[in-house]
Design a protein around this ligand. Sequence first.
Ligand SMILES: Cc1cc2nc3c(=O)[nH]c(=O)nc-3n(C[C@H](O)[C@H](O)[C@H](O)COP(=O)(O)O)c2cc1C
Length: 189
Amino acid sequence: MDRPHVVAISGSRRSGSYTRRSLRLALEAAADAGARTDLLDLRELDLPPFDPDAAEPDRVRTLKRRVREADGALLGTPVYHGSYASTLKDALDYCGRDEFRDTTVGLLAVAGGGSYASTLDHLRVVVRTVHGWTVPHQVGIRNAADYFEGEELVDDGLARRVERLGREVAANADVEPAARTEVHAPGER
Ligand SMILES: Cc1cc2nc3c(=O)[nH]c(=O)nc-3n(C[C@H](O)[C@H](O)[C@H](O)COP(=O)(O)O)c2cc1C
């Protein structure tokens, strides 16, 4: 593989979203590590709610193509009611194994309050279901308003964790599918 291609999907529609800012930082680190990067801002993409009966509009085809073309993905979400945001859920429901198989995934959650663990766990289960490969390193930011000033994540330790997430996804995005062979018995799904 030449340069790995890393897409970040930001699940907050808030204008000054800490999630979006954090993903930008992770993408900068991925780019410094040699990756081509792409920010999929779901606020801008403004997808319709997922409806299995509806025809797929162009925006959905764009989403799926950009995820499918990526070797690595960063999923970022605000913590909503102990889980992840419906905006991200809609985007993930449009996607499946065609988009995420053999994709290396990094997870990031931003909480206004004190806990984010369940949010990251819920996302990890979703990624497994669509056969993506999550890296063990993950980032949770609690009490987010304390750590951001304007456009900046001002806590050095957290910023390093975010950057490491971007670097790890970029560094592991080139694991070839052959090295990840799934072993099925004949007839097994
Ligand atoms: C509907 C809703 C539910 C929320 N639920 C939680 C929660 O369960 N725990 C928490 O710590 N913060 C919760 N928050 C606060 C958000 O996690 C917080 O505002 C976060 O910074 C939003 O991320 P953003 O800046 O990327 O939009 C909630 C906010 C909203 C709007």
